[in-house]
Design a protein around this ligand. Structure first.
Ligand SMILES: NC(=O)c1ccc[n+]([C@@H]2O[C@H](COP(=O)([O-])OP(=O)(O)OC[C@H]3O[C@@H](n4cnc5c(N)ncnc54)[C@H](OP(=O)(O)O)[C@@H]3O)[C@@H](O)[C@H]2O)c1
Length: 312
């Protein structure tokens, strides 16, 4: 069973071997990936678009201005290569400044990074919105653009078509959806469009695991990316203070946050913990030097209540 899990995680984390371009020290790969990613300390997964995406990144919701810029810079310095923003967060310029500072300081090259943004469905100027995100971020392309949340069927279709056009124009590399939790609501994106979603970004954490949808998305080579991986603002204590999580953390000499994030990536999710705290940012990516046992994975799986905090 242990070998089966190892093989599964290894196949999931299809890693590049371009170790020469690493900007951070190599970390142990005990967690399942035998080759270190070229994009930093987190291994990568191969998307159905053909591009590699790190399995751990920085979330930037609620971070603005210099706080967002510094968080992005510190994250990159600590080995993060995946940064998550959105038009709605109103921080694309600040995120872009953090990225540029890291590039100017020689920490990374643009090609080492994987930048995600999102489009709102209620806009009537979608092509311009994509150009605006590119300009604000100061990038020539965005690695992943998501439909942030559902609008009407017509609005969703318009956003998705605009994203497809942008892929053809090489402004976006991969596209996906967010806040789609069931086969019933998500299947039209997989069935009706030329480019299938590569990523579905959904609320997921130890109390809301939605493994059924993760398995559904996998049939199309799509990966579920966990937002609120630590429970989300206002709820992190529920997750990080959980007794089962605390016991496992003690056994490994790790923090509760590290155990929870390790559970996400070991389960096959991509996780984007949000933080403005440099210590937390460093802590959250230090999860590739230990492995949860089958029994520990089962104990955390048993925490699932099927309830999420948000209903959008
Ligand atoms: N697609 C969507 O609709 C959607 C919705 C919500 C969020 N998102 C994305 O998902 C990301 C993650 O969600 P989130 O940031 O709301 O929630 P989260 O990552 O579950 O939790 C963030 C909270 O955890 C704290 N934290 C981070 N690391 C910690 C650690 N090691 N120990 C203790 N506390 C820690 C942070 O505080 P400090 O700053 O003090 O570290 C912050 O208050 C967002 O930033 C955003 O990019 C997407």
């Amino acid at each position: 069973m242990r070998w089966f899990c190892f093989l599964f995680v290894f196949l999931f984390m299809a890693c590049s071997s371009d170790a020469a371009s690493q900007a951070v020290p190599k970390v142990s790969d005990k967690g399942g990936s035998s080759v270190q990613s070229s994009k930093g300390a987190a291994p990568t997964v191969k998307l159905n678009s053909g591009f590699d995406m790190p399995v751990l990144g920085l979330g930037t919701w609620t971070l603005r201005g210099k706080v967002a810029e510094d968080a992005v810079y510190v994250a990159i310095k600590n080995g993060y290569r995946l940064i998550d923003t959105a038009k709605y967060y109103d921080n694309e310029e600040a995120v872009g400044r953090g990225i540029r500072r890291a590039i100017d300081d020689g920490l990374v090259k643009r090609g080492d990074l994987f930048v995600t943004s999102k489009l709102v469905p209620w806009s009537s100027s979608l092509d311009e919105d994509i150009d605006d995100s590119l300009e604000k971020l100061g990038l020539e392309y965005i690695d992943l653009m998501l439909l942030h949340q559902h609008g009407s069927d017509a609005e969703d279709k318009a956003v998705y078509r605009a994203m497809e056009r942008a892929v053809k124009a090489k402004k976006i590399r991969s596209i996906g959806i967010s806040n789609y939790y069931t086969e019933k609501t998500a299947k039209r994106f997989f069935a009706d469009f030329e480019i299938k979603p590569a990523v579905v970004q959904n609320e997921s954490h130890v109390f809301y695991q939605n493994t059924e949808f993760k398995e559904y998305a996998k049939r199309y080579g799509a990966v579920v990316e966990s937002y609120y991986p630590l429970g989300g603002r206002g709820h992190t204590e529920d997750v990080l203070g959980n007794k089962v999580v605390a016991k496992i953390a003690k056994a490994h000499g790790k923090s509760a946050a590290q155990v929870v994030l390790r559970w996400h990536v070991q389960s096959g999710y991509i996780a984007i913990p949000g933080s403005k705290n440099p210590d937390h940012i460093a802590e959250n990516i230090s999860i590739f030097d230990f492995e949860l046992t089958d029994d520990e994975m089962k104990q955390i799986a048993a925490l699932d209540t099927g309830h999420r905090y948000e209903n959008w």
